[in-house]
Design a protein around this ligand. Structure first.
Ligand code: UDX
Length: 458
């Protein structure tokens, strides 16, 4: 099938590459010429395991085209995916300007029936706005052309994006029940046929419910995390091991084990933004989502838990103290630093006077870029950050090690070597990577999150 993807960000590029891999003829459009140049040069603008090979293979096979030519892009696809960014507005609602600009471009240049698929995470009612924007452009041209807007939210996780796309738990598709909507449904069924071969994975619903489902999923996952984080903080105080509790409650199939890991807070491009946007939608309808407000607040506070523990253990004045930080990306297997807890933790430790040696296996360049922006008005603070070449270089001479991201490379360090390199074998683990008893055996003073080993009254 002929597919056009508008926007070559995370979602767009992964969708385009995976659909090309399935044999479709994919045109990827981006207004950012620099991104197009990178892609045409054989590179990819993001770090995502497996993606580069798929893009290379399908480009070579002629199944992927990258260009900034809007007219050619609209002419190409029978199915047009809108996968542009929806950054938060100042008030937390999703900013739809890029989505609507994409819609207007489609209306401006389309010459035959098109299925327009909202792939970006967009609030309930966005499909109506997209439909209107296209209709307005068509009316302006005096063109009477049929089209249908479909909602097909993406549930992929960064770091596992290709795998998630290729092996989805479910495919949510919202279609209208008009004749054009039925035509769109038939095309979408054909496009996703190979995913449904063994068993039907597609959940068909109306457009608004599909839009809402994406927010509901992310809000539920964020809620689980904040709930566990809040309990973990209490566990620290009452001498309970949150990991035992996780297993104890996860074994109930109604609860399940996943997404119950306490830590130093969630980050990324989705949870923080989507929780806020859903709250914002509710407010438009005069409703307040009390649970989500708490989820957000708990998460904001959770990013300060590690600095608080460090402060309780080493004192409020960290001048003269060297702290190593392992992990800067908001999660492993990505260089994404959006809303990453590391940014808050670094800021707080610097404010307390510490000197930092930071390391991430992939996100070093991104960290340099983002931290320079975070500390644009306080360069004297950033001057106390050393960007280390290896994880061992970071711990050299450190009074404490803080683990912020659970990269595989951090899971099994040689503690004898780490201890020998550090001034004091003191570890604050924001991802609960180790068993407290094993750390005690290794001669390391260990503070996890809710592992009954925390500093009391931090
Ligand atoms: C998320 C959703 O999982 C995905 O379905 C959606 O399409 C986009 O948003 P992503 O942001 O890529 O994906 O990462 P995810 O793996 O979900 O992790 C999000 C954050 O939650 C990370 O900061 C992670 O460290 C944190 N997290 C996750 C926890 O703190 N505890 C957990 O138990 C799970």
């Amino acid at each position: 099938m002929k597919i056009t993807i508008i926007g070559t960000g995370y979602v767009g590029l992964v969708t385009g590459a995976c659909l090309a891999e399935l044999g479709n003829d994919v045109f990827c459009l981006d207004v950012n010429q620099q991104k197009i140049d990178i892609l045409n040069g054989g590179g990819i603008p993001i770090h995502e395991p497996g993606l580069e090979e798929i893009v290379r293979r399908n480009r070579a096979a002629g199944r992927m085209t990258f260009a900034s030519d809007v007219q050619a892009a609209v002419a190409h696809g029978d199915v047009m995916f809108i996968a542009v960014g929806t950054p938060p507005d100042e008030d937390g609602s999703a900013d739809l300007q890029y989505v609507l600009e994409a819609a207007r471009s489609i209306g401006r240049y389309m010459n035959d029936f098109k299925v327009i698929v909202d792939k970006s995470t967009v609030p309930v009612g966005t499909a109506d706005k997209v439909r209107q924007a296209i209709a307005d452009e068509l009316a302006r041209r005096g063109a009477a052309l049929e089209f249908s807007v479909v909602s097909n939210p993406e549930f992929l996780k960064e770091g596992a994006a290709v795998e998630d796309f290729m092996r989805p738990d479910r495919i949510v598709i919202g279609c209208d029940s008009t004749p054009a909507g039925e035509r769109a449904r038939a095309l979408m069924r054909r496009l996703y046929a190979s995913f449904n071969r063994n068993h039907e994975r597609t959940l068909w619903m109306d457009v608004r419910s599909a839009e809402f489902t994406k927010y509901a999923a992310n809000a539920m996952l964020a809620t689980r995390i904040s709930f566990m984080n809040e309990l973990a903080n209490l566990a620290d105080k009452v001498g309970v091991d949150i990991e035992a509790v996780r297993q104890g409650i996860g074994s109930d199939p109604r609860i399940g084990y996943s997404f119950l890991y306490a830590g130093c807070g969630y980050g990324g491009s989705c949870f923080p933004k989507d929780v806020q946007a859903l709250e914002r939608t509710a407010r438009v309808y005069d409703q307040e989502l009390l649970i989500l407000r708490a989820v957000e607040e708990v998460n904001a506070r959770q990013k300060y838990v590690l600095p608080k523990k460090i402060r309780a253990r080493l004192g409020a004045d960290l001048h003269g103290k060297r702290v190593a930080v392992w992990g800067l990306a908001f999660k492993p297997d990505t260089d994404d630093m959006r809303e990453a807890p590391s940014r808050v933790i670094i800021g707080e430790l610097l404010r307390l006077g510490a000197t930092l040696a930071v390391f991430d296996p992939v996100a070093m360049d991104e960290a340099r870029r983002v931290l320079a922006l975070d500390f644009a008005s306080r360069p004297e603070l950033l001057a106390r950050v050393e960007f280390s070449d290896t994880q061992m270089a970071a711990v050299q001479g450190a009074h404490a090690l803080v683990i912020v991201t659970e990269w595989k490379a951090f899971r099994n360090p040689d503690w004898t070597q780490v201890r020998a390199a550090m001034q004091s074998a003191l570890v604050f683990d924001g991802r609960n990577l180790f068993e407290p008893f094993a750390m005690a055996e290794a001669g390391v003073e260990y503070h996890g999150i809710g592992r009954a080993t925390g500093v009391p009254n931090y």
